[in-house]
Design a binder for this molecule. Structure first.
Ligand code: ADP
Length: 804
C-alpha cells in the first residue's frame, strides 16, 4: 500500500492516495522490495502504461528526502516539458523542479537550486562537457526508455552520458526504465543494477489483425468490422470504435502512421468520420478548442489542426507547437477529441491511452537503409501498449492491418507472437566515437589512450562485445582523425584538446561537421576576392553599391561586409517586392547586397555537414540541381566535386537542395509553397531551420575564434534563418508573437520596426494584424508599448494603406 511507503518526503504517500494510487502495481511493489526507495540501482523492464513513471518518482523523491538531487533523462525534447509538468505537482511538498532544454551551451547554473531536473540525454551530455557545477551533487538518475541505447543516432550519447555520470558519482543510484526488451538482464549487468522484469499490465490488451471484414485477435476471438467497397480499413475501425460496445460506451482511437505528413492527411480523413458521432455540445466545445488552437499561432499547421479538431479528430507529431500538443492531448483524455493520428512520438512516453489503437503503418522510410523498413517489434508493442484506459475500458484493442490472408499471418508472426528485440550498443560506430572521444578528452575524463579505453570499458558496448580489439582499433582511427584536424594534440602519451577542440566539444558539434565548417570558412577567406569578382561578373550592368572610400582597396569589394555592418543591414537597397518575392530571383540576390560569403553559400556549407539531415533527391532533381549548382558556383565555400565523383557530387546536390529550402525560407516564401516544392512537411521545415540555426551559431563561434572575417555574414545568415525573413524584417520579427507573416504585413502597412510598434496608430497596427485584438495587445506589450490596450480601437479607422 502506498500509505505504508517509508523514506518519502512528508505528505507524499497521502498525496498519492488522494490521486487514487492506493496500492502499488505488482512491478512497482517488486521495485520497492528491491530497494528502490533506499537508493538501490534498478532496471525496470515493464510494458508501456504499467506505471514506470511512479517507479521513477519514488526513487527521485526518496533520494531528495535524503538530501540529494535527482536527474530524469528523457529521450525527446518534446517529452521534457511534459515530465516537468507532471513532477511539478510535488512542489507543494517542497520539491523544486527544473527543466533544462534548448541552448546546448548554456551551463544551466540556475539548476543548482533544483531538486529534480529533467533533461534530454544530449543536454545532459552537454552539461557534463561544460562542467555544470551541480553534476557531482547528483544522487539519483533516471534514464527513461533506456532501450534507446540501441538507437544508431542517439543511443551512444545516452550510453556515454550514463557512464560519465556514474564515474562522477560512484554512489549514484541509477534507475533505468525500459520497454520489455529481450536482454534487459545485460543492461542491468552493465549498470550494476537489480532487474525487475514483468509482463504485467493494468488492463488487458487484445492484439489482432484486421483483414476483410473482421479483426482476428490473438486470443482466438473476432470482431466484425466490415469495410465497404472503396472504403479503407482505418476509417472503418475508427467508426466501429465510436459505434461503441454493447453498453453503448463510445471508444476513441489512436492511429499510428509513419510520417508527419501522413499523420496530417489521415487526421483530415478521420475528421469526416468522427464528425458524424458528435453531440451538439461537443460540437460547440470543439469549435472553441479550434479557436484556441488558431490563437496559438498563425501557421498552416495551426489552421489544419484547428480544422480537424473542430470535427473531433487531430494529428500529433514532434513538429507540433508545445501548446498545440497539450491542447490535443488534454482534449483526447477528456474524450472530446475522438481520434488522434500520430507518429510514434506519442507512443514514446506521453500518457494518452485509448480504447483502440490502430497501427496503420508498420514500415517507415529509412534513409540509411535506402527504402521502407519494417518497424522494430519493440516500437510496435509500445504503440499497441497505448490501448486500454484503466477504469474506463474492459480491455484495450490494438489492431494491425492486412490486405490478404498471407499478410495477416505474417503480421501475427512478425509482431504479435514475436518478442521484442535485444538492445545492442551502437557505440563502436565511428561517428559516435568521434564525438564522444573528443568530449571525453576535452572534459578531462581521460588524457591517454589507455585512459580512454578504460573509460570505454564502463559502457554497455564493453559489456556486450566479444571483440575487445575492435574498440581499440576504432579508437586509434578516431584519435588520428581528431589530431589531423587540429582538435587534439599529443605530447608523448598525453592527449589534450586544443582550444578549437574544446570549443567544438562545447558546441556539441560532430567534429566532422566542425572540420567541414572550418575548411569552408577558411576557403572563403582565401578565395574572397576572386569569388567576389566572379559574383559581380554575373550582373555586370549593376552599379556597385559602395559607399566606402575605397582608395586604398584594389577593387572596392573588400569592404562589402563592413559596409552592410555599418548601416545595420537595412538601408536604401530595399526592393520592397513583398512576401512572395523570393521565388524567381535567386540569381539577383547580389545586386543589392554584396556580402560574401552569401547566405546560400553558408547554408550550403552547414547543410553538407553530417549534423544536418539533407533532403533526398527525387527523380528530376539531379538535373535541376546540377543546373543550379553551376549557376551558383561562385557562392559555394569549397570546391564543387566533379560529376564523375558520383557519391560526393550527389551529396553536394542534396545539400544544395536543403540549402535552397533554407533560402526560400529566408526569402519569405510561404510554408505551403515550400512543403510543396521540396516534398516535405511543415515540421520538417522547422527541423531544418532549427538545425541550421544551431550550426550557423556554431560557425559564428568558430569563425570568431579562428579570427575569420566572415563572422558578420554568418551571424546575419543565422538571424534570417531564425526568423525566416528578409533582412529588412529582422527587427520586427524579433518581437515576441510577431513571426514572419505578421512582420511582413506590419511592414507593408508602414510599421517597419520595433520602435514603430511603440508609436504607430493602433488602428493601423490592428488592421495589419487582421483585427486580432488579443494578438495585437500581446505584440505591443512585447514591443514595450506603455499602453498596449486595444479596447477602444477600431481597425476600420486605419488609413487605406494600412491594409496590405
Ligand atoms: P508508463 O510510463 O509505464 O508508460 P505511466 O507511468 O504513464 O506508464 O502510468 C500510466 C498510468 O497509470 C498513469 O496515469 C498513472 O497515474 C497510473 N498509475 C501508475 N501507478 C499506479 C498505481 N499503482 N495505481 C493506480 N494507477 C497508477
Amino acid at each position: 500500500r502506498t500509505a505504508d511507503l517509508t523514506g518519502l518526503p512528508t505528505g507524499i504517500p497521502e498525496a498519492l492516495r488522494d490521486e487514487g494510487i492506493e496500492e502499488l502495481y505488482p512491478p512497482q511493489a517488486e521495485a520497492v522490495e528491491a530497494g528502490l526507495t533506499d537508493g538501490e540501482s534498478l532496471v525496470a523492464a515493464v510494458p508501456t502504461a504499467s506505471g514506470k513513471t511512479l517507479v521513477a518518482e519514488l526513487a527521485m523523491l526518496s533520494s531528495v528526502a535524503r538530501g540529494g538531487k535527482a536527474l530524469y533523462i528523457v529521450p525527446l525534447r518534446a517529452l521534457a516539458a511534459e515530465k516537468k509538468a507532471e513532477f511539478e505537482r510535488w512542489e507543494e511538498y517542497g520539491i523544486d523542479v527544473g527543466v533544462s532544454t534548448g541552448n546546448y551551451e548554456s551551463d544551466g547554473e540556475w539548476l543548482s537550486s533544483r531538486d529534480i531536473i529533467v533533461a534530454t540525454s544530449e543536454k545532459v551530455d552537454s552539461l557534463v562537457r561544460n562542467n555544470a557545477a551541480w553534476m557531482d551533487q547528483l544522487t539519483c538518475v533516471v534514464a527513461d526508455e533506456v532501450h534507446l541505447v540501441d538507437d544508431r543516432h542517439r543511443g551512444p550519447t545516452l550510453e556515454v552520458t550514463l557512464a560519465k555520470l556514474r564515474r562522477l558519482n560512484p554512489n549514484l543510484q541509477v534507475v533505468a526504465l525500459s520497454a520489455t526488451v529481450g536482454n534487459a538482464g545485460v543492461v542491468a549487468d552493465w549498470l550494476d543494477a537489480t532487474l525487475v522484469k514483468s509482463d504485467w499490465r493494468p488492463i488487458d490488451l487484445k492484439m489482432g489483425v484486421h483483414y476483410g471484414n473482421a479483426v482476428s485477435f490473438a486470443d482466438g476471438s473476432q470482431r466484425e468490422v466490415p469495410v465497404g467497397r472503396g472504403e479503407r480499413q482505418t476509417p472503418a475501425l475508427v467508426a466501429d470504435a465510436l459505434e461503441g460496445d454493447d453498453d453503448g460506451d463510445q471508444g476513441s482511437s489512436l492511429v499510428f502512421v509513419n510520417s508527419r505528413r501522413n499523420a496530417e492527411s489521415a487526421a483530415r480523413r478521420m475528421a469526416d468520420v468522427t464528425e458524424r458521432y458528435l453531440t451538439g455540445d461537443e460540437r460547440s466545445d470543439l469549435a472553441e478548442l479550434a479557436a484556441e488552437i488558431r490563437d496559438v499561432s498563425d501557421t498552416e499547421t495551426s489552421e489544419d489542426l484547428a480544422t480537424a479538431v473542430a470535427k473531433g479528430a487531430a494529428f500529433h507529431h514532434a513538429g507540433l507547437a508545445a501548446e498545440h500538443r497539450t491542447l490535443v492531448e488534454d482534449a483526447f483524455r477528456d474524450r472530446l477529441i475522438k481520434c488522434i493520428c500520430a507518429t510514434p512520438t506519442l507512443a514514446a512516453g506521453v500518457n494518452t491511452p485509448s480504447r483502440r489503437v490502430v497501427v496503420r503503418d508498420w514500415q517507415r522510410y529509412d534513409g540509411d537503409y535506402g527504402g521502407m523498413k519494417p518497424l522494430d517489434v519493440l516500437e510496435v508493442h509500445q504503440m499497441m501498449g497505448r490501448a486500454g484506459r484503466p477504469g474506463l475500458d474492459p480491455y484495450g484493442e490494438a489492431v494491425l492491418l492486412a490486405k490478404n490472408a498471407d499478410a495477416r499471418d505474417e503480421l501475427f508472426e512478425r509482431y504479435i507472437w514475436a518478442d521484442a528485440e535485444d538492445v545492442r550498443s551502437k557505440l563502436a560506430a565511428e561517428p559516435a566515437l568521434r564525438t564522444h572521444l573528443l568530449a571525453t578528452v576535452a572534459s578531462g575524463f581521460a588524457h591517454t589512450r589507455e585512459g580512454l579505453l578504460e573509460f570505454l570499458d564502463q559502457t554497455l558496448y564493453a559489456t556486450q562485445t566479444d571483440d575487445p580489439e575492435r574498440l581499440g582499433q576504432v579508437t586509434d582511427r578516431v584519435l588520428d582523425y581528431l589530431e589531423v584536424n587540429g582538435f587534439v594534440e599529443f605530447e608523448g602519451e598525453t592527449i589534450q584538446a586544443t582550444p578549437v577542440g574544446h570549443t567544438v566539444s562545447r558546441l556539441y558539434l560532430d567534429p566532422m561537421s566542425a572540420a567541414e565548417i572550418i575548411d569552408g570558412l577558411e576557403w572563403a577567406a582565401d578565395h574572397r576576392n576572386e569569388k567576389l569578382r566572379a559574383l559581380a561578373g554575373e550582373t555586370p550592368e549593376k552599379p556597385k553599391r559602395d559607399r566606402s572610400d575605397s582608395d586604398d582597396e584594389p577593387d572596392g569589394f573588400q569592404r562589402a561586409s563592413e559596409m552592410v555592418a555599418d548601416d545595420g543591414g537595412s538601408g536604401d537597397d530595399e526592393d520592397g517586392d513583398g512576401a512572395d518575392g523570393g521565388d524567381d530571383k535567386e540569381t539577383n540576390e547580389f545586386e543589392t547586397d554584396r556580402t560574401y560569403p552569401t547566405p546560400l553559400g553558408l547554408y550550403h556549407l552547414v547543410c553538407r555537414t553530417p549534423d544536418m539531415y539533407q533532403l533526398y533527391l527525387k527523380s528530376g532533381d539531379r538535373e535541376t540541381y546540377t543546373e543550379l549548382c553551376y549557376e551558383h558556383e561562385p557562392e559555394f565555400l569549397g570546391r564543387v566535386p566533379s560529376e564523375y565523383e558520383d557519391v560526393a557530387f550527389e551529396d553536394w546536390l542534396s545539400a544544395l537542395k536543403t540549402a535552397k529550402l533554407l533560402e526560400d525560407w529566408v526569402g519569405e516564401v510561404d510554408e505551403d509553397r515550400i512543403t510543396e516544392r521540396y516534398g516535405v512537411g511543415p515540421g520538417d521545415i522547422r527541423g531544418k531551420v532549427e538545425t541550421a540555426e544551431w550550426l550557423l551559431g556554431a560557425a559564428e563561434r568558430l569563425a570568431s575564434e579562428l579570427d575569420l572575417d566572415s563572422v558578420y555574414a554568418v551571424r546575419e545568415a543565422k538571424k534570417r534563418v531564425e526568423y525566416g525573413v528578409r533582412e529588412e524584417l529582422l527587427d520586427l520579427a524579433g518581437v515576441r508573437g510577431v513571426g514572419r507573416k505578421r512582420a511582413r504585413r506590419l511592414f507593408e502597412a508602414g510599421v517597419e520596426s520595433r520602435a514603430d510598434l511603440r508609436e504607430a496608430e493602433k488602428s493601423r497596427i490592428l488592421a495589419a494584424l487582421r483585427g486580432r485584438r488579443k494578438t495585437a495587445e500581446n505584440i505591443l506589450e512585447a514591443a514595450g508599448r506603455t499602453d498596449p490596450s486595444m479596447d477602444a480601437v477600431d481597425e476600420d479607422d486605419a488609413p487605406d494603406d494600412a491594409v496590405p
